[in-house]
Ligand binder design. Structure first.
Ligand code: CAA
Length: 395
């Protein structure tokens, strides 16, 4: 495999690094304290092409490949995972989903304002009673003439209160389980749609997270994304994109943890020498270095599969699982190296640690990724429905 970046990929990486280190990184601490960053930043990102990296130019995107998308997520994730989360949801979960499953009219209507940052999108899958078990949604879609009425509740929705457009997954027929799900493109100004901010998060404090309430939200059949019954596949294929974005952002967290640890370790002295000259600190740095690069190469491998247009569930689960665990370990080691200062928000490691923690939870926990990989290896399903299991084993 050839991991040499092309000139075009290096250009977007450099441009994104310069922008994010100058415009985002110096503000990340304050935005974390304020629990918000200025929405106007999205327009600045859009002007540089960072809001529609893999979307074709004909729909207002930048028209680059998936490796370029990962490079952008890594650089933004290095600076601030809250901003990276907004971008991941916008590009990976919303834009790419509209691009893949939308009609030509839907692509033309939604992609240009999303790529320009005029519109924010969110991905309404998770519910109070359905997280990992994404096939068991309670939100209902009931057909009424040429329209649909949507009712239900969604939680932990990134960009939830900022969103102008929500992809809402709903059940049309509970007896059909995941085969009854359908996806809709819902304008959040539609009567009956209400969003409420969720506060008190451990990390990603500057990013917008919301709860969505839908009470008889009426949408025309033309708002349907894909066919009736395709909702689950749409959600899973979207998560193949979303998890790739999370993994790339985690490489950024791990790289930041390493860089600030090397810098601090060289200037902090103990026992009459820089702590970076001690063997145990060098062991930690070496581990962070190797693991960060290994995570990056797994992301690049998944990116190459995506560039070939092949199904990428397995390489994406590998990189999402590994990179999110690496980011947590790297941030933890950075705190260890910074000692007491690592425990203070005067330095980056504590924010990196809090921000990294969610990455092995959202968009599929580490355990879900392990089970996807375990099923791939063995052909055996570990997350079967308890009712089906009982029926199958009852004589
Ligand atoms: N692409 C296309 N189709 C896919 C697919 C994919 N990646 N993955 C599965 N499918 C299809 C399968 O081919 C299958 O099709 P048929 O019914 O035609 O055979 C169907 O979908 C069912 O697939 P599975 O058998 O794999 O489904 P499962 O019920 O065993 O579920 C699961 C598996 C992996 C546990 C899945 O439910 C899952 O990934 N859960 C985690 C959900 C998750 O990540 N939630 C986070 C949501 S987003 C979020 O965090 C909020 C935010 O704002 C960021």
């Amino acid at each position: 495999m050839d991991f040499e970046l092309t000139q075009e990929q290096r250009m977007i990486q450099d441009a994104c690094r310069t922008f994010s280190r100058q415009r985002i990184l110096p503000n990340a601490r304050q935005w974390d304290i304020d629990e918000a960053y200025p929405r106007e930043l999205l327009h600045e990102l859009a002007k540089l092409g960072f809001l529609g990296v893999p979307v074709p130019e004909q729909y207002g995107g930048t028209g680059l490949d998936y490796l370029s998308e990962a490079l952008v997520f890594e650089e933004i994730g290095y600076a601030d995972s809250s901003v990276r989360t907004t971008l991941s949801v916008q590009m990976s979960l919303v834009e790419l989903t509209v691009l893949k499953w939308g009609s030509e009219a839907q692509r033309q209507q939604y992609l240009p304002p999303l790529c320009k940052g005029d519109w924010v999108g969110c991905f309404g899958l998770t519910e109070p009673g359905a997280g990992s078990d994404a096939g068991s949604l309670s939100t209902r879609a009931v057909r009424q003439g040429g329209d649909w009425l949507l009712s239900g509740q969604k939680v932990w929705i990134s960009n939830g209160t900022w969103a102008d457009l929500a992809i809402i997954f709903a059940q049309t027929d509970p007896s059909q389980k995941h085969k009854g799900l359908v996806a809709f493109l819902v304008d959040t100004k539609t009567p009956g749609f209400h969003a409420q901010k969720m506060k008190g998060k451990l990390g990603l404090r500057a990013s917008d997270t919301g709860e969505l309430f839908l009470e008889n939200v009426r949408v025309p059949d033309s708002a349907r994304l894909g066919e009736i019954g395709e909702g689950f596949k749409i959600a899973m294929s979207a998560l193949d994109n979303g998890r790739y974005g999370v993994a790339s952002g985690c490489v950024g967290i791990a790289q930041h943890a390493l860089d600030c640890s090397v810098e601090y370790g060289k200037q902090r002295r103990a026992f009459n020498k820089p702590i970076a000259a001690t063997q145990l600190v060098q062991e930690m740095l070496a581990n962070m270095f190797v693991e960060t690069q290994a995570a990056r190469l797994l992301v690049y491998q998944a990116g190459m599969v995506k560039n070939r247009g092949e199904r990428c569930t397995i390489p994406v689960s590998m990189c999402k699982y590994y990179a999110s665990e690496v980011a947590k370990r790297a941030a933890d080691m950075a705190i260890q190296i910074h000692g007491g200062y690592g425990y203070s928000n005067e330095y980056a490691p504590e924010r990196l640690w809090r921000d990294a923690r969610v990455a092995s939870l959202y968009e599929g926990t580490s355990q879900i990724q392990q089970l996807i990989l375990g099923r791939h290896l063995t052909g055996l399903q570990a997350f079967e429905d308890e009712q089906q299991r009982v029926l199958a084993t009852t004589p």
